[in-house]
Design a protein around this ligand. Structure first.
Ligand SMILES: [Zn+2]
Ligand SMILES: [Zn+2]
Length: 68
């Protein structure tokens, strides 16, 4: 088995489309807000406040490579 990290394509958990093609009604899974909703790396939608509070990242987040 390859040990290379897989660039997993993150898709909407509801429609299984990437964010650019997702036409779902977007609201935060935590607080039901509709402000600043983005698809995050776990395939769920979060508002900016919840992303910040819970340290979630949007799918296009290009942070340091995971090292844990
Ligand atoms: Zn969707
Ligand atoms: Zn929220």
């Amino acid at each position: 088995m390859s040990s290379k990290p897989v660039m997993r394509r993150i898709v909407c958990a509801q429609c299984e489309q990437p964010e650019s093609r997702c036409w779902c009604e977007k609201f935060c899974v935590l607080c039901q807000s509709q402000m600043g909703i983005r698809l995050c790396t776990d395939g769920l939608l979060y508002c900016e406040a919840c992303r910040t509070a819970c340290d979630y990242h949007t799918v296009d987040w290009q942070g340091p490579t995971t090292d844990y």
